[in-house]
Design a protein. Structure first.
Length: 130
């Protein structure tokens, strides 16, 4: 079964999603910070589906840009964006983040979401592993 990394600042979201994933047979890793997420992306050798929560904090922006500029990361892992934000293309900063995200994400899940929708997105991302 695939490993799923839940990268979210909110501990409750990580714990609840993690419990669901474990119940479904997934291996679950969690990250509360951009630095930890980058560390896990660099050190975990098995392909992962990464649930990446978007905030526009500087550390998240750096994380997004680092992933976008690292083809090896998005060849090995599959990224799903989980967000309640709607980015404004009229804002230069948000437009740049959006462009970076489009270069490597395999789908977007809007908060609040149904657990079945989350599992479907993960299963669809899993099918793209070769």
């Amino acid at each position: 079964m695939t490993t799923v990394l839940v990268a979210d600042e909110d501990a409750t979201i990580r714990q609840v999603v993690g419990m669901v994933l474990e119940d479904e047979g997934y291996t679950f890793l969690e990250s509360a910070t951009a630095a930890t997420t980058l560390h896990l992306l660099a050190t975990v050798t098995t392909p992962m589906v990464v649930l990446l929560t978007l905030s526009l904090a500087p550390s998240t922006t750096i994380l997004v840009q680092t992933i976008a500029n690292s083809p090896a990361l998005h060849r090995r892992h599959r990224f799903l964006l989980v967000t309640s934000r709607i980015l404004r293309e009229s804002d230069p900063h948000e437009a740049a983040v959006m462009q970076s995200l489009r270069s490597f994400t395999h789908g977007t899940l809007r908060k609040p979401f149904e657990i079945e929708s989350l599992l479907t997105c993960i299963q669809e991302a899993e099918t793209t592993f070769s």
